[in-house]
Design a protein around this ligand. Sequence first.
Ligand code: SAH
Length: 250
Amino acid sequence: MQSPGKLYVIGTGPGGIEYMSLRAVEAIKDSEYILGHRTYIQRVEELLDGKKVIHSSMGKEVERVRKAIELAESSRVSLLSGGDPGFYGMLPLVAEIIASYNIEIDWEAIPGISAVNAVNTLLGSPISGDCAIISLSDLLIPWEEIEEKLRFALKGDFPIAIYNPSSRTRKPNLEKAIDVIEELRGDCWIGVVRNAMRPGQSVRVYRLKEFKGFLDEIDMNTTIIVGNSRTNFKNGILYTPRGYGRRYNI
Ligand code: SAH
């Protein structure tokens, strides 16, 4: 018999279970309760036979985490989070609540493949090393702070992965971000991936000026990669050299 209570915070990766870690699959199998947003629950459907599934919606994250912690005092519980739970996922909230209230439960977080990893490999290798990841969602963080971070990332010549690029209520944020990118980086390469590792996947590469004509097509299932001054696009591959060419004859 398993010890009674445990909370798993699980990164479900970008798509179906083939992109989840074995540990994540094991943890779901070990759980009696599965909590998560409907989208993530659907993606692991084949693992859920006989489990008690608690769906919850966006904006209900605090309630979801509290419920998961309460259940995990006596049961084995998986809290699902898309991609990696640590990037704009459930892990920061779980960590903050458990730490702030000195909650003593057995818990384990399991990393997942984040959108930046999935999208980078589909495009070629535009990230390549040091990079910045910035979400355009101003739900929890004011726009001024987001823009400031974007400006520093551009000044630092980091390739940038943009999460949460747009939504029905937040279209202007993407337009504002593109203006800042044009101001500081000029007509750079832009990689756009929608539904990475999921049905309906699309992978596109533009110059920034051309991309400006497609902003209306960008939605919340999309991640945008902003290339840096060394990013190149050849033979269908978007890549940022790591520097091997400086040291070796490649
Ligand atoms: N924790 C998640 C990110 C959650 S924020 C992770 O680590 O990937 C949600 C944003 O992630 C989306 O708006 C989108 O920008 C990005 N995203 C998540 N999955 C994606 C996918 N399969 N394809 C493209 N972008 C994705």
